[in-house]
Design a protein around this ligand. Structure first.
Ligand code: AMP
Length: 568
């Protein structure tokens, strides 16, 4: 574990930087993860930024209200732009990248929670969707940096949810540690659905497979109900205008539908008053009716769930022990009932809006204890500065866990179990090389695939194409779309290098051995070795994902530093 000279801050906070809402959590004195409330007492901040001038912005609910008067100055759903280096939001003559806008959400979240937080919010763990690639993850880290935070790690949302649901069982378990467990995390929010299979083996949490639809969420349930309400209204008033044909009327109807939907999560029936065009009808809706109307939507999420389960099975993970529900829309009772029936395991729903932030706080706690433990061992001369905990003698680590446990109110075993949690990342896109297929046509050969666990190293042999071939050019490519495709035009070329000055005399088909490695940091290294030139391997290192230039980063950091968050 690399250590800086800086004194560590006492608490590492967890942040769910969400598409529609953001939330900050910490682990309290009793070891439980708690969401830190905002100034108005609510738990989540709408991820909305409204620029009220070149140097002033507001966020959250206020931004939403003011947005009606200044729609062109409001930025919403910025998470969907993370990783898109060309996207800018322009307002009051200033242009903002996605990390810069996100940093304003983070700054507001930190300033609003700082009164209730246990100590300053400085060191944080931020969550990202499991499908985020390197560019999106880097953009998230950058957002944290712009906000003046130290981002200790970026972890996957389903893994965080699994931690919040006590998946890693930090309170003990058997003497040999926890057995392996597999959870399916089903996250249905307002605008997206994400399904992930997460495996816990000896406190190592890893995403095995993911699936999802980023155009399907609670808003689609609202829309179905709104259409039903408008039909009922028109049946009662055939000569009236359809409320959905009018923008204000349509908006009001969708809002009424959303309210009714929430009520139907708690009750068997509601009566929705629909007023439009000077007429009014009370439309009774039962939960059963609502469920029939929206069954097709739920079916679609079940299809995605089946795909994630099948992908996990293809990777040798063929059982689901727990089903964890995340996201506000999983409050609809039909979701748990359907998933329980589908998977044969009772679906658990608990704090669905807050689980991700809480899990990030649990992981933050691990980071914090790890650091305190390392400091203790280094101070006592039991560990050389800069080395990982594994390099200390087990007896010294045991003693340090007991000391630290006494200081923070945990047992030595709890400290040990917490620091031993490992959250593993996976490859988010396939990587490979361009080669000629057996018909002599160029094709992409993928060596590293999406969801492969990091670090990975893959070896593959290719043959030269011509007799006396003097130069072999290696083209490293990244998967372009959502799925791997052999067509070269679907891939993104990320590096190109050649083995040159090959002496004559080697026939076509001479072996070129290629090794592709990817580390925890997402850095890709390719080595290519010509059969006759084993003393001259060609090595290419690629930092996957485009990094913004130093100048851009400095300019944006200054711009973010200048702008004021208005709470008045
Ligand atoms: P999230 O993005 O996770 O905050 O989820 C927001 C979505 O959850 C919105 O579509 C809400 O309408 C929906 N939601 C929140 N509470 C409930 C509830 N009690 N019943 C049904 N849907 C809900």
């Amino acid at each position: 574990m690399p250590r800086g000279a800086r004194k560590p801050s006492p608490t590492v906070h967890g942040i769910d930087l969400g598409t529609t809402y953001s939330c900050l959590a910490q682990v309290d004195g009793s070891g439980a993860a708690q969401v830190v409330p905002l100034l108005d007492g609510t738990a989540t901040l709408p991820s909305v930024v409204l620029f009220v001038g070149p140097d002033d912005y507001v966020t959250g609910e206020r931004a939403r209200v003011l947005a009606r008067a200044q729609p062109e100055d409001v930025c919403t759903l910025v998470k969907r732009r993370m990783g898109d280096s060309t996207w800018r939001f322009v307002s009051h003559g200033r242009s903002w990248s996605a990390p810069a806008v996100s940093s304003l959400v983070l700054r507001a979240l930190v300033s609003e929670t700082s009164f209730s937080a246990a100590g300053p919010v400085q060191d944080v763990v931020i969550t990202v969707p499991a499908y985020f690639g390197d560019e999106e993850r880097r953009a998230t880290r950058l957002a944290g940096e712009y906000a003046g935070l130290t981002v200790l790690d970026v972890i996957n949302e389903p893994t965080a949810a699994a931690l919040a649901y006590g998946f890693a069982r930090l309170d003990g378990g058997g003497p040999d540690g926890s057995p392996e467990e597999v959870a399916l995390v089903y996250d249905l929010g307002g605008g997206t659905v994400d399904v992930a299979v997460v495996e816990l083996a000896d406190r190592r949490l890893a995403v095995v497979s993911t699936d999802g639809d980023h155009e399907l969420g609670g808003a689609d349930w609202d829309e179905k109900l709104a259409v039903h309400l408008s039909r009922a209204f028109l049946a009662a008033h055939p000569d009236a205008e359809d409320p959905l044909d009018d923008s204000a009327g349509g908006q009001a109807l969708v809002l009424a539908a959303e309210r009714a939907k929430r009520e139907l999560s708690a009750r068997d029936g509601v009566v929705v008053p629909v007023e439009h065009d000077g007429r009014r009808t009370d439309v009774p809706v039962t939960r059963a009716e609502f469920e029939r109307l929206t069954a097709g939507l739920l079916d679609r999420t079940v299809e995605l769930t089946r795909a994630a389960v099948a992908a996990a099975r293809a990777r040798g993970v063929d059982r689901i022990d727990r089903v964890l529900l995340v996201g506000g829309s999983t409050r609809m009772p039909a979701v748990a009932a359907r998933l329980t029936a589908e998977l044969g395991v009772p679906a658990e729903v608990h704090d669905p809006d807050l689980a991700v932030a809480k899990g990030a706080a649990v992981y933050g706690r691990k980071k914090q204890l790890e650091r305190l433990l390392t400091d203790d061992l280094v101070t006592r001369g039991a560990l050389r500065p800069g080395l990982d905990l594994e390099y200390a003698a087990p007896a010294d680590v045991d003693a340090a866990c007991a000391r630290l446990g006494d200081a923070v109110g945990l047992t030595a075993a709890q400290v040990r179990r917490t620091v031993e949690i490992q959250v593993l990342n996976t490859v988010s896109r396939g990587f490979g090389v361009l080669a000629l297929d057996r018909f002599g046509e160029p094709a992409t050969v993928f060596l590293v695939h999406r969801d492969d666990r990091l670090p990975v190293a893959v070896r593959r042999s290719f043959g030269t194409v011509h007799d006396d071939q003097r130069v072999v050019t290696i083209r490293v490519v990244e998967q372009g779309g959502g799925a791997e495709s052999p067509r070269p035009e679907d891939a993104k070329l990320i590096a190109e290098a050649s083995i040159e000055d090959i002496p004559p005399g080697y026939p076509a088909g001479t072996e070129i051995q290629v090794v592709l490695r990817m580390g925890f940091d997402g850095i890709l290294e390719l080595t290519a070795l010509h059969e006759g030139l084993t003393d001259r391997p060609l090595t290419v290192r690629v930092e996957t994902g485009a990094a913004p230039s130093q100048a851009d980063v400095a300019r944006e950091r200054a711009q973010v530093g200048r702008v004021r968050h208005r709470q008045d």
